[in-house]
Write a protein of this length. Structure first.
Length: 296
């Protein structure tokens, strides 16, 4: 059995699903059939041990040069860096896609609304975020914390600093979403090829996965949210990986694309200044890379 030698850490809502869908087709790349194992950041999974993780997600990795774990919330979760280091060693390499944190937050908010987890307006949601996160942590409800951490998942400085305690900066390929995915994908393909040490020139990079959407049928979304005896029964009789795959297929079937209005420029600027400007300056110094996110 093998373990990953590469990880895509995040950030969430930054084209991570698109990159997963592109790379999984490459002959030298192994990715689990379910994109996000969530082994290192969900205690219930981590407590099952490394062998369970390997047997569940990495059984058939023979002759694959690049073995991936794509779990974008690993970047956000404070315990992950040490857990990855302790289990996989210091040579693991990481891809991190960082998006303008205001736009990332709004995209995550729209995702939560689509899935029926969010009913408040965006401004109310970010004002109530820290209280919601505190409540989720008290209840050991990590999924609610992931869903409502719109601002927190865009405070990249402390997240990356926690990883750099254990791993060298050279282990990281840090990609600017706007400049290197949206505006210059050809150059980024070359960077990715060099970093992974495989030829990506034959890959189809004209893929755009996990676009913003809304539910086709609201009752399906409500069923997916509910808990109860029937859910516990399915959990008992169905392997975790199969449950994850089925749930993903249902969610994708129930999603239809839609266009949404962007945040007004003045509001984007206000949110950036209030929540992110200082963090971005520290981030740029930490990784020695200008992000050019300041909203003029």
């Amino acid at each position: 059995m093998s373990s990953p030698n590469f990880m895509l850490l995040g950030a969430s809502k930054s084209a991570t699903t698109t990159l997963y869908d592109i790379l999984k087709e490459h002959d030298d790349v192994y990715t689990p059939s379910f994109k996000e194992p969530h082994f290192f950041n969900i205690d219930e999974n981590y407590d099952k041990g490394l062998v369970w993780y390997q047997e569940t997600y990495y059984k058939n990795t023979e002759k694959k040069k690049v073995i991936f774990d794509f779990t974008p919330t690993y970047l956000y979760s404070s315990s992950c860096a040490k857990r990855i280091f302790d289990n996989l060693g210091a040579e693991v390499k990481f891809i991190v896609i960082l998006r303008n944190p205001v736009d990332r937050a709004y995209s995550q908010y729209l995702h939560s609304r689509r899935d029926g987890h969010e009913s408040s307006e965006f401004i109310s949601s970010i004002h109530n975020e820290f209280a919601r996160i505190d409540a989720a942590r008290r209840n050991n409800d990590i999924l609610s914390e992931f869903r409502y951490s719109y601002i927190s998942q865009g405070l990249y400085y402390n997240m990356l600093r926690s990883y750099l305690k254990y791993f060298k900066l050279e282990n990281f390929l840090i990609i600017n979403f706007e400049e290197e995915i949206v505006d210059n994908i050809e150059k980024t393909i070359k960077k990715l090829s060099d970093f992974l040490n495989i030829d990506l020139s034959t890959c189809n990079f004209d893929i755009h996965s996990n676009r913003s959407g809304k539910s086709r049928f609201s009752f399906i979304q409500e069923i997916l949210k509910k808990s109860g005896f029937w859910r516990d029964l399915i959990k008992f009789f169905t392997p975790q990986l199969l449950r994850q795959i089925i749930r993903n297929k249902i969610k994708n079937f129930n999603k239809v694309d839609f266009s949404y209005n962007m945040l007004e420029k003045d509001l984007r600027k206000k949110i950036y200044k209030e929540y992110f400007a200082r963090d971005v300056l520290m981030l740029e110094e930490l990784i020695n890379k200008k992000m050019n996110w300041d909203i003029k």
